[in-house]
Design a protein. Sequence first.
Length: 202
Amino acid sequence: MLQVNEILSHYPSNYKQSGIIPMLDLAQQQHGGWIPVAAMDAIAKIVGVAPIRVYEVATFYSMFNRTKVGKYHLLVCGTTPCMIRGSRDIEDALLKHLGVKRNEVTSDGLFSVGEMECMGCCVNAPMIAVADYTKGSDGYTYNYYEDLTPKRVVELVEMLRRGETPPHGTQNPERKNCGPAGGMTTLLGEPKPPPCRDLDAC
Ligand code: FES
């Protein structure tokens, strides 16, 4: 209840319903990655709205899961730039390696693979996000792994299985963040001053 009060303290008391999204997020983290109807009903009661108002929000946003997911929920970006750069191969490699279909959970409960639309990381396509529910809401993380290959994504899964924390961000050792592979190719020296008219020459 402490966390709920903290969330509500951010909004005027006559706009408690603004807390629906952060409360759904909290419920999801506390409940191993998905939100049961009972949690949505409890949120509706807290903010004083009809349960349908909370269902509407939870069903609209794809980051809210309404069925069980793995402790590591792997979200493959399926939008055009990632698709052009091989996201289907990334998803196929994950599904094959884990022996599941999309949105299924592995028998040990550890992994599930979902799909997400553009996560704003197109410059490092293809990419996945990993929602880590292994440590409850206090240790919850949501990290991006970028510039993936089918081989690398399988390596990442195995690192997670061993309880390791793979370095997030680009997985291409030749890139720094979203810079070009192999290093900068432009803006390497001091920029020239802007051209100015030589008034003395007039
Ligand atoms: S298309 Fe995949 S991050 Fe934008």
